[in-house]
Write a new protein. Structure first.
Length: 477
């Protein structure tokens, strides 16, 4: 077995590029998702090490000496961070010319040829679900025999092996919490709407929804929800509680944990017996009886992708959601005391100045506890990317999706709506939502009741305004 380093490379300061992050970019408030997609193959390779540089605040010069201690380095990359990650790979190769270097992630899954051509420092990329592909590389099998691998042969020719079949038995995957315990500091991971410290993991892969913008189902996970058994999930939670007694909340990072409602209820009932506080991703269509079961068994928060308040845009992006159902779902959550972190996207196909205003009004009306406002990001491999290229909506000069500071930009534009108008609407959205008397009163009340929350919200407020200032500076430059 090769001595293997799994590396989430150093990047922009505060850059959240972990595979749990839906949009790889700097955040309004410093936040970091766990590098679960790297931890999973690391759990399959004995003696490996996982280094997550951004949350550990490790710079390139601190990471480079590691190159001399390993035979194989596996780096997770993304479209926004790819150019930076290539520079890291080249520096590692300069430090140890014998080091084999491979990239994983959605970016190389859909563009393996271009990725390998980007630098001679890359020996291979692993496509699709890469867990067992990487294990076989670490076992020193011949590259030509490994499914799901693209590589440069001794003659310099790029070879793409047959695709690796989708993993059906998810219980074959070992617990990522073993790697978290061995290599990570849970206190380094912050998400503004989750209790700190939190811990996240996957109970399944794939998503039944067909959202045109969503990266993971269209590139790696697929549209079938393949799941771990209830017992397998609960055993990992029990282990995680032993390893991390300080963790205050567990987050299930499945694309849509509530896709399989009977299973979600079954897991909830087992979590209830453990007295665990937990949260998950959900679609805004979960019926009240299911919400009641989840709430009664420890559910605290749902992360809900509303995206927009305009029904036609929802239809355009194939969200499979109705505004009236979303309103009813949100009211049910409010009635039941379930907190909602709502996410919205500006600049999707069909967007106008009027629909942006409609979405801002919708968000204020349904009033989730907190919100995240993102810019439409046409990642390669998604239907949205193909649609944008075909219609001339994508500014190819900004196809990397972030600027030189790691701040998310607005790469899409329309004849009636410019990049700048879409970009500026994010700040308008945040201010309109949070600076309402009703919301200010709720935040102040929350802070008064909880001194620790007060410190956290004040810190986040400072970070938010500093981010907006840097955002304006980045645009001006």
């Amino acid at each position: 077995m090769m001595k293997t380093l799994f590396l989430h490379p150093p990047s922009f300061d505060g850059f959240d590029g972990g595979a749990g992050s839906r949009y790889q970019a700097r955040r309004e408030i410093r936040s970091f998702w766990y590098p679960t997609w790297l931890a999973q193959p690391a759990a399959l390779v004995p003696g490996s090490r996982l280094v997550d540089a951004p949350p550990a605040r490790l710079r390139l010069e601190q990471v480079l000496p590691l190159a001399r201690d390993y035979e194989l380095a596996v780096l997770h990359t993304s479209t926004p961070s790819f150019a930076s990650d290539v520079r890291v790979a080249e520096a590692l190769k300069d430090e140890n010319p014998q080091l084999k270097i491979g990239f994983v992630g959605a970016k190389v899954a859909v563009e393996p040829d271009a990725s390998l051509k980007a630098s001679a420092a890359l020996d291979f990329v692993a496509r699709e679900e890469f867990d067992f592909t990487i294990r076989e590389v670490a076992e020193e099998r011949r590259f030509a025999s490994i499914e799901g691998l693209s590589f440069r042969n001794p003659g310099g020719v790029i070879v793409h092996n047959a695709a690796r079949p989708v993993l059906e038995d998810m219980d074959r995957l070992p617990f990522v919490t073993e790697v978290y315990k061995r290599d990570l500091d849970v206190d380094n991971y912050f998400i503004g709407y989750l209790k700190h410290p939190y811990l996240s993991l996957y109970t399944g892969r794939g998503c039944r929804s067909k959202c045109t913008f969503c990266l993971w189902p269209q590139t790696v996970g697929g549209h079938r929800y393949r799941v771990r058994s209830v017992g397998h999930v609960i055993d990992e939670i029990k282990l995680a509680r032993q390893y991390f007694p300080q963790v205050k909340e567990f987050f299930f990072d499945d694309d849509t944990f509530t896709d399989d409602r009977p299973r979600a209820e079954a897991i909830a009932r087992e979590l209830g017996k453990l007295g665990v506080t937990w949260s998950c991703n959900a679609k805004a269509n979960v019926p009240r009886p299911t919400l009641e079961v989840l709430r009664d068994n420890g559910l605290r928060l749902l992360l809900v992708g509303y995206e927009t308040g305009n029904q036609q845009i929802l239809n355009n992006i194939k969200k499979g959601m109705r505004i009236d159902i979303a309103r009813r779902f949100t009211k049910d959550c409010h009635d039941l005391g379930i907190t909602i972190h709502g996410t919205f996207i500006l600049g999707l196909p069909g967007e106008t100045k009027e629909t942006i205003e409609e979405t801002i009004r919708f968000a204020a009306e349904i009033n989730p506890h907190t919100i995240q406002v993102s810019l439409a990001a046409p990642y390669p491999g998604t239907y949205l990317h193909r649609e944008a290229v075909e219609n001339g909506w994508l500014d190819l000069a900004h196809a990397e999706l972030v600027d030189e500071h790691g701040v998310q930009i607005a790469p899409l534009h329309y004849p009636h709506l410019s990049h700048q108008e879409i970009f500026d609407s994010v700040e308008t959205f945040y201010k309109s939502f949070y600076f309402r008397p009703r919301k200010i009163g709720a935040i102040v009340g929350e802070m008064v009741r909880d001194p620790d929350m007060m410190k956290r919200r004040l810190r986040e407020g400072v970070e938010f305004f500093e981010f907006l200032k840097e955002r304006k500076t980045a645009v001006a430059s």
